[in-house]
Design a protein around this ligand. Sequence first.
Ligand SMILES: NCc1[nH]cc(CCC(=O)O)c1CC(=O)O
Length: 307
Amino acid sequence: MKLRIATRGSQLALWQAEHVKSRLLEMDPSLEIELKIIKTQGDIILDVSLAKIGGKGLFVKEIEQAMMDGEADLAVHSMKDVPAELPEGLILQAILEREDPRDAFVSNKYKSLEELPDGAVVGTSSLRRGSQLYRQYPVKTALLRGNVNTRLAKLDDGQYDAIILAAAGLIRLDFGDRIASSLDPDKFIPSPGQGAVGVECREDDEQVCALLAKLNHQETSSRVRVEREFNLAIGGSCQVPAGCYATIEGDKYQLRAFVSSPDGKEYYREDMSGELKNLEGSGTEIANKLIARGAAVIINDLLGKDI
Ligand SMILES: NCc1[nH]cc(CCC(=O)O)c1CC(=O)O
């Protein structure tokens, strides 16, 4: 069987697509697999934050279109970049085992956020990271976009005292030694899906669906799906500073989530735990708790609509 994998062209995206390709070849060495590199809006517009560009799925839209047009058979994504709702006809058939889900503190001068002096400049364009920084540390942030390599180069240029990146991307690209410290996910909540790679295909493509099902990592999939429930319930965009992180231990789950104003001053946080068998639905439940406590005002303000 011939398979065309649609992917972005960044080094991290290519690493992830190659990883899926080799996993598939391990299962069936007779497969003929080709990577199809697709440029997305997220790759083209680099001088503004994702929150300002708005739009959902800036890193995936063109890739999903290629599958719908029959030009590709599957797509490999960072789950963090996949919008809460998929287009009709496409499904996330596999979510691979999660890499380190934490945010990483990277600096050439300091070892941790705690060490940063007042007014230090932290490179990040993410509202989620910014709001959690402002709330806990006396720092400023400055715009930082581009792929992992570009971001590290900007730090080395001396434009920032430190930057925050997903640990997973650094580890996958062999930059793990650049991580000065990893941020405790209880204090600095990661993005839904952070650190996990997902594989999407056409729902009616039985052959590809059957093949991909074997790549699914059950625990990661359960965790990421419940984090995505949260994302959907709060309006699913990167225009709202929010995070959600699920863990599973034995037959219990734990869920932490927050919604905040961009300056971190209005901050709503909830923790939930329960029996693993009741995990499904808890992402929606935790979101609704936050919404009921006042997060609705923040969300409506930032999205300009009623949720
Ligand atoms: N928004 C870009 C993006 N999408 C996924 C990752 C990292 C890898 C991952 O979370 O799987 C990154 C870079 C970053 O946040 O540092």
